[in-house]
Design a protein around this ligand. Sequence first.
Ligand SMILES: C[S@@+](CC[C@H](N)C(=O)[O-])C[C@H]1O[C@@H](n2cnc3c(N)ncnc32)[C@H](O)[C@@H]1O
Length: 221
Amino acid sequence: MFDSNGIVSTARRLKKIMEWPIHKFMPVAIKAWIMQPNNASISNTTWNDEYDSGAWDYLSSTKEVGRYSVIVGYCLHFKPAARILDVGCGTGILARWLSNAAISSYLGIDLSEAAIEKARQSNIQRAEFAVADVTTFQTSQLFDVIVFNEVLYYLRNPDDYLGRFARYLAPGGILVVSMWHHADGINTWKRLRAGFEELDRVRIVHVQSGLRWNVAVLIPR
Ligand SMILES: C[S@@+](CC[C@H](N)C(=O)[O-])C[C@H]1O[C@@H](n2cnc3c(N)ncnc32)[C@H](O)[C@@H]1O
């Protein structure tokens, strides 16, 4: 059977194919269609298996540097000494980027126990990690920056979750969203703009692979 997990893994395999030089001859629309992850949720067992097998190790590669740099830059520029919540933090790559920056605190949450275990084993300074599902997460804490870094397309109705998390923003707080370019992403950005004001947005292109990301700073309307 070809369930939603199957579709998503196929999309990921195709994303890898996009790193071959053939992508250079392909129209952007076709590329974006191939790369769409269908906004489908994936079980934590699948995430755990993928983290254990090293399938996500490529997130630490050079071609991903652009988006982490921009996210860190936005955090420091808009909210120096911020309390940061990183939703779907994976193995804590962003936490490592932030560990030497002037932030006040960092909490990373993720569905995958394997990812959180790896993050904790890295002993990243001033970073805390918790296993939590975006769809049920609740906290009494407030944050100056809430980051959704490459996670929204694994949630159905991602704008609803952004709205729900906005209640954990301290006054004047911001949301930072990163999404790689894919067909569904265009609709997601449209829906996000309906409920949130876009203070800034950059588009990152990794020239050798052709991979592109949009990273934006949003505030509730
Ligand atoms: C593509 S990875 C990005 C990881 C990290 N943000 C980064 O860019 O380094 C997506 C992450 O979202 C997490 N995730 C997916 N659905 C989730 C959910 N419902 N609740 C919490 N985390 C979730 C996955 O476990 C995975 O670690």
